[in-house]
Write a protein that binds this ligand. Structure first.
Ligand SMILES: Cc1ncc(COP(=O)(O)O)c(C=O)c1O
Length: 365
């Protein structure tokens, strides 16, 4: 006898990347930031009066919400703080898509999206990306024809690292009849010279939601803190109706403020990751591994024919040597690995192991 709802019984659930217990493992598999968070985080934790944990936290994380709004030159009414970016996705799905209605996503992209759609019993429409990892030009038309209520696009895109420009997204939101959620989990790593900033569009478009997270750019994946920016009529139903009561605990509210206070630490961190990305990309290219240009903290790397192992075999081989990277078993990704940019030392160790691997015979293929 099963007490689960039928759709829950049939679904598989989210497959997260491995989180090993051995601290010496080189973890390049879940796109965490390799550098520590700002020292202000440790200071804030140390000075926290734990007696304040006796009472519930501020229900809407108001000071942090205002601080985030200031950062983006928006009003607090344009922001909802969420328990990780993932809660923002869940809120959008449960607030804007009825069971049986269409939820669309680019394929491939974040593997949590289909899971959330299954929970909500939304019908999933996958939009295959073009070879340049961008959506087809007639995306809005296709989405409207299908009666899509919500579309999620990761920008810069995961797992390719490709950046779609602001004009293109603005046009899509303008032409599309449903809600566009642009998942900017990796936006902090975009080269500032690209001049990418989608946030101002929130003021003009009533169907645009932008997701941000502290997990990547602020090195706080363990904290679970993110937010959505959008027009007030999009934010309000999530803030007042569908979110968990007290969704942001007191510690997260405190540490979120501390992280935003130290913007120069964050800026330096992002530049370090960009520099590491450029060096890792060129080292991989020199070894003959084609690398997709990336505006994120990871690289999508094709495993070339001269490598003695195919992509899945190479992932296992690296794992046996203490280096975790991600392989996705899907048609367009099965010959590639997604590799998070690590510290300089970690990246060098990866390159060394790859050099050794290439020097072995081609028997395994
Ligand atoms: C594309 C994308 N969106 C959202 C998230 C959610 O991040 P978090 O829930 O840690 O804020 C992730 C995490 O890896 C991601 O890759």
């Amino acid at each position: 006898m099963s007490y689960e709802r039928e759709n829950i019984r049939r679904m598989a659930g989210y497959q997260w990347g491995e989180q090993p217990e051995d601290p010496d493992t080189i973890k390049l598999n879940t796109n965490e930031n390799p550098y520590p968070p700002s020292p202000l985080i440790a200071q804030a934790l140390a000075s926290m009066d734990t007696a304040t944990l006796r009472v519930y936290p501020q229900p809407t994380a108001e000071p942090l919400r205002r601080r985030i709004a200031d950062l983006h030159d928006l009003d607090a009414q344009n922001i909802i703080v969420t328990h990780g970016g993932d809660e923002g996705l869940r809120l959008a799905m449960t607030t804007f898509v009825d069971p049986g209605q269409i939820f669309a996503m680019a394929e491939p992209s974040y593997s949590l999206y289909p899971v959330l759609a299954q929970i909500q019993q939304a019908r999933l429409k996958k939009i295959p990306l073009q070879p340049d990892w961008l959506p087809p030009a007639d995306l809005a038309e296709t989405l409207n024809a299908a009666g899509t209520r919500l579309v999620c696009l990761v920008n810069p895109h995961a797992p390719s690292g490709t950046l779609m420009d602001v004009e293109r997204i603005g046009q899509l939101a303008h032409e599309f009849d449903g809600v566009v959620l642009v998942d900017e989990a990796y936006v902090d790593f975009v080269d500032p010279h690209r001049g990418y900033n989608l946030i101002p569009l929130v003021r003009d478009l009533d169907n645009l939601l932008i997701l941000r997270t502290f997990s990547k750019g602020y090195s706080l994946a363990g904290l679970r803190l993110g937010y959505l920016a959008g027009a007030t009529p999009l934010i309000e139903p999530m803030l007042w109706k569908t979110r968990d009561s007290y969704n942001i605990d007191a510690i997260s509210q405190l540490l979120g403020m501390a992280a935003l206070e130290d913007q120069s630490w964050a800026d330096d961190n992002w530049q370090q990751v960009r520099d590491g990305r450029a060096r890792l990309s060129s080292a991989l290219t020199q070894l003959g591994f084609p690398v997709n240009p990336s505006e994120t903290n990871f690289l999508l790397v094709k495993v070339p024919a001269h490598c003695p192992l195919p992509a899945d075999g190479l992932q296992q081989h690296l794992k046996a040597r203490g280096i975790l990277v991600r392989h996705f078993d899907s048609p367009v990704l099965s010959d590639k690995l997604r590799i998070t940019v690590g510290t300089e030392e970690q990246n060098q160790r990866l390159i060394e192991v790859l050099q050794e691997t290439l020097a072995t015979t081609n028997d395994a293929r």
